[in-house]
Design a protein around this ligand. Structure first.
Ligand code: 5AD
Ligand code: SF4
Length: 462
């Protein structure tokens, strides 16, 4: 345990003494926006608060502390945050001891912090992506001084290990393998709010995985903005993503390994081989293409062409049986012409993606694309977006039909009470609903796929 971690445990103890004197157990609520990275950060925040003597609630109104873990990758996430904080004004006014906090990516943007200070003075704590781990220290200051605590670090401190963590699911969890991004895609704000790439030590990653597996986790997802760059900052060529995967699959009792996100420019043949050769590695690759037009890809600074992407997909499909490939698409990037858009539609049809996450381009202050002339008109973007969705539904729907009558292994994740069905997931990331009295959440089951509903299947237990 390093000094920083020790220090935080001291603050946790101090808060525990405070909360133990409350008449009722205080309640905490964490609201998460954005990606898996944020979801993982929220598990860390919850772990700290539970250790401080709080219990969890999902009711923002009654919680003694509410923390919003924010995303800023697109403008609509920001708007949703402001709506939610606005709704809490009354309960903040009624309960002067209530602590409303905001953290995460949006707080790395000075303008947003200024806006919150001005318009939402009842927000008591603000911190950024680089001091998530210091929640106990920040909260202690807020509880003892009754002052507002706004602490947004501009640069990351060392990677902090060994703090408490509370998994949302008992049977699966995400594992950070690296933080930050060096790619600077022209539209993307992530490198500005999450900093440069920092890889965790292999030993720390493996220890964390073993810890969770001991507590019942069967499936992990290795998380990084660009997992293929794992180890590039380490000065040791043996530390890389392929070698890490080889070690992770050796963890006994761990049944499934996923990873996210892969950048097409760094996806090596060695990686394809490791996926192919290891049963534990799920046959699902999320490979954001963003656009099918070479001009747009160049302007986006993605560093691959549509031809290279197609070649990579061919290699993956030829080597890995029943692999599913999913992607992200942005429509309406500056200067996107109808011709560029058609190239995107064309590549979706050619690749036959298993799922596509579609986004309207969102202008992010500070990025290169935000300064470009040729921003595309809203009505054009909406029109293209709707046409894109139609094609995606068609392609995804027809692709999924090939699984009908196949028997697949699924991990049960949830119960859909209205339909009285279990919700489960295949290794290649398809959702399967099925009825069963035998299986429960966290179990593996064999299911025969009966019907495709486009984005999910219904099946029968075998
Ligand atoms: N506008 C729209 N979509 C964006 N993404 C990232 N930045 C933007 C933006 N400015 C999308 C990309 C990325 C996903 C996580 O979010 O498709 O892969
Ligand atoms: Fe953003 Fe590109 Fe980095 Fe992904 S790889 S986080 S899109 S800059």
């Amino acid at each position: 345990m390093n000094n920083f971690t020790e220090e935080q445990y001291k603050y946790i103890e101090k808060i525990k003494t405070i909360t133990s004197e409350y008449q009722t157990i205080p309640k905490c609520c964490i609201v998460t926006f954005g990606c898996q990275m944020n979801a993982k950060d929220s598990e860390k925040l919850l772990g700290i608060l539970l250790s401080c003597g709080y219990e969890e609630t999902d009711d923002e109104e009654i919680a003694d502390i509410v923390i919003f873990n924010t995303c800023t990758v697109r403008e609509n996430a920001n708007q949703r945050l402001y709506g939610r904080i606005g709704q809490l004004k009354n309960s903040a006014m009624k309960n002067k001891n209530k602590i409303i906090g905001i953290c995460g990516c949006m707080m790395q943007e000075e303008d947003e912090v200024l806006n919150i200070k001005k318009k939402y003075p009842y927000v008591k704590i603000i911190f950024g992506t680089y001091n998530i781990h210091a929640l106990a220290e920040i909260l202690y200051k807020a509880l003892t001084t009754k002052e507002k605590v706004y602490e947004v670090l501009k640069e990351p401190i060392a990677i902090v290990e060994d703090l408490p963590i509370e998994n949302k699911f008992k049977f699966k969890c995400g594992i950070n393998i690296m933080y930050g991004c060096n790619n600077f895609c022209s539209y993307c704000i992530v490198p500005y709010v999450r900093g440069r790439e920092r890889s965790r030590n292999e030993e720390d990653i493996l220890n964390e995985i073993k810890f969770h597996v001991k507590n019942g986790v069967k499936e992990i997802m290795l998380l990084g903005q660009n997992v293929n760059s794992y180890g590039n900052d380490k000065n040791d060529e043996n530390i890389n993503f392929v070698n890490l995967l080889k070690k992770v699959v050796k963890v006994e009792e761990l049944k499934r390994v996923r990873f996210m996100t892969s950048h097409p420019k760094d996806f090596s043949y060695e990686l394809i081989e490791v996926i192919k050769e290891n049963d534990k590695i799920c046959k699902h690759i999320h490979l954001p293409i963003q656009s099918g037009s070479n001009d747009i890809l160049k302007s986006m600074n993605r560093k691959y062409t549509r031809e290279e992407y197609l070649e990579l997909v061919e290699k993956i499909k030829n080597n890995i049986e029943d692999v599913s490939i999913t992607t992200d698409i942005i429509v309406g990037y500056p200067n996107e012409t109808e011709r560029d858009f058609e190239d995107t539609i064309d590549i979706i049809k050619k690749v036959e993606f298993d799922s596509v996450f579609t986004f309207k381009y969102s202008k992010r202050t500070g990025t290169k694309a935000a300064e470009m002339a040729g921003q595309v008109d809203d009505s054009v973007v909406t029109d293209r977006f709707n046409r894109l969705l139609e094609v995606v539904n068609e392609v995804v729907g027809s692709k999924s039909k090939k699984y009908i009558n196949k028997i697949v292994e699924v991990l049960v994740e949830d119960i859909e009470r209205e339909k009285d069905m279990l919700v489960s997931r295949t290794g290649n990331n398809y959702l399967v609903y099925f009825k069963s009295n035998k299986y429960k959440i966290g179990d593996f089951a064999k299911v025969k796929i009966v019907k495709s509903h486009g984005f999910y299947f219904t099946g029968e237990e075998v």
